[in-house]
Design a protein around this ligand. Structure first.
Ligand SMILES: [Zn+2]
Length: 187
């Protein structure tokens, strides 16, 4: 039997659609052919893994079990005990008390001295304004400082270029004079 025929039989084997004669032929070929035997073994491994995976199926009443479990848990957590109610009420009273102490005082002051509150707000506004203008001045100052440094650097380079130019002119002048004097001496 040729290898391509054995491939067809292998597929039939794993499809469980193989007759006894074909199976015998396939096993005989696998015994003599290394290539097909290796392929058969790797296919066998793959198919057995697939079978194992499909074997892990949830039980039929799985959904029912989960639902009843969820129901049980929900009932357990939603049923408040009397002790929980008591603690909850005490917490509510405590929070309300703290709220009244904190904000009641401020509200009472506002009602008693509306002008003082107005002044306080004005002072706060003034402070905020001053803070803002100080911040603007600071940013402006930084900007001016950066510009100044940049300008001075630029100026420094500018003067350096001028100096370099003058130096080149001087060197050129000296060089030309030397050449001229040399010529004069030669004549
Ligand atoms: Zn073969």
């Amino acid at each position: 039997m040729k290898c391509n025929e054995s491939q067809v039989l292998m597929m039939k084997f794993f499809d469980r659609n193989i007759n006894d004669i074909e199976e015998a032929l396939l096993k005989q070929h696998i015994r003599t052919c290394t290539k097909c035997s290796e392929e058969f073994l790797s296919l066998k491994e793959i198919f057995s893994e697939i079978e194992q995976d499909s074997a892990i199926e949830p039980p039929e009443d799985f959904e029912l079990q989960v639902m009843s479990r969820i129901e049980k848990e929900t009932v357990m957590y939603s049923k408040p005990t009397q002790q929980n109610d008591f603690v909850y009420n005490i917490l509510l009273v405590a929070v309300s008390f703290i709220f009244v102490i904190l904000f009641g005082g401020i509200l009472w002051e506002a009602v008693k001295h509306p002008l003082a509150l107005y002044q306080d707000v004005q002072i706060a506004t003034e402070i905020a304004k001053e803070f803002l203008s100080a911040a603007v001045t600071m940013v402006k100052g930084i900007g001016i400082a950066v510009m100044g440094v940049t300008a001075s650097l630029y100026k420094t380079y500018y003067y350096a270029y001028i100096l370099l130019g003058i130096l080149l002119l001087v060197i050129q002048g000296v060089f030309f004079r030397m050449v001229r004097e040399g010529n004069g001496a030669a004549q």
